[in-house]
Design a protein around this ligand. Sequence first.
Ligand code: T4K
Length: 409
Amino acid sequence: MMATKTDLSQLAVMGGPPMFDAPIHVGRPNLGNRDRLLARINEMLDRDWLSNNGPFVQEFERKAADFLGVRHCIAMCNGTVALEIAIRAAGLRGEVIIPSFTFIATAHALQWQEITPVFCDIDPRTHLLDPAQVQRMITPRTTGIIGVHTWGQPCDIEALTQIARRRNLTLMFDAAHAFGCSYRGRMIGGFGLAEVFSFHATKFFNTFEGGAIATNDDALAAKVRLMKNFGFHGYDNVEYIGINGKMTEVCAAMGLTGLESLDKFVEHNRRNYVRYRDELAGVAGVRLLPVNQSERSNFQYVVIEVEERVTEISRDQVIQVLHAERVLARRYFYPGCHRMEPYRSFFPHAGLLLPETERVAAKVVVLPTGSAIGDNEISGICQVIRLATANGRLLRDQLSAGSKVAAAR
Ligand code: T4K
């Protein structure tokens, strides 16, 4: 039973009992119909076909391509390898512009192939790549731009397309967060040369681990298909340097099952988002990142910004308070790729060009959602946020006094 907390002394961080009996995670997987999944797994076992472009993978690719409205959707073992293959197949080299405010995989997929990720600043209102800043980061070595549809919101695709066209650059998208989202009524997946999805367990739609490259470019798709299978073209003939990027049959079985429940996952996430929005409306210093409801969205990330100058309690202290209540909120994508290795050593002063990234990374909190939680949990989480931020200064002083005592021990 969830406790009601009305006084600071009831917060777990102040010694009260935690709000929740068990941890509440940000990335709890959404599971489709278990019987349908198990039936597919039995079918797979009866068939004795476990990987290498099996029938489930082919069916999954067809259904995903139909859903996205693209000519090709090529299933992969995960989003990171899918990014690496898409980057290689597109022939990117030299420098590629990406946001620093993204999961580290976007940068690593380039650096892994000795392509330099050039970190670009974001629009603080949307957390997305700022096209005006992209123009400033172009050099004679730039070959491409990878926009990231962070939190499932589409980048300014039109502006980025124009820049890429004018400067003769390849434009691709890291759409890891954006399966099931649209831009101007068209599904994400069909923009740029290619778009790359992640179907990791923590994504609203998952294939355990998995990913995909979506493209309308036949030549690119053909190359990607060879590259994900070591470059093999036929039994004994290798045409490119390839890698093993294949999705397994069991992952495709999970994907096919998840697709059947996709609308349910989105609807649950949408209701959770609306509940958070209502519960946090008017909380001073806390801004819920809005979702554009005139487009399709998967609502998979609930993101707030904590404005410390208003709340008087820092973002990290809000996280500390939530964690004590067993709410495992996250500070994605702190501190920004440019402050992680090897990029921190390569470009020690990159932060000077990324003021908005630094500001946003210091105030973001990602809250739990997904089908594992509902109204009760969200009410409890918001109650804690309201209590902590309304008494920010007092709580901040008590928490820092507590940490001084702990340090002195
Ligand atoms: N590009 C972007 C923009 C991305 O965000 C990502 C991945 C990629 C590319 C690369 O795609 P993949 O190669 O991953 O397909 C998580 C995910 O591992 C990662 O997929 C995701 N982005 C990133 C944003 O989040 P972590 O390190 O935060 O994961 P972890 O293990 O801390 O899990 C998050 C929460 O989920 C925890 O509270 C535990 C819970 N959880 C996790 C798993 C795996 C569960 O409850 N059940 C589970 O099975 O990276």
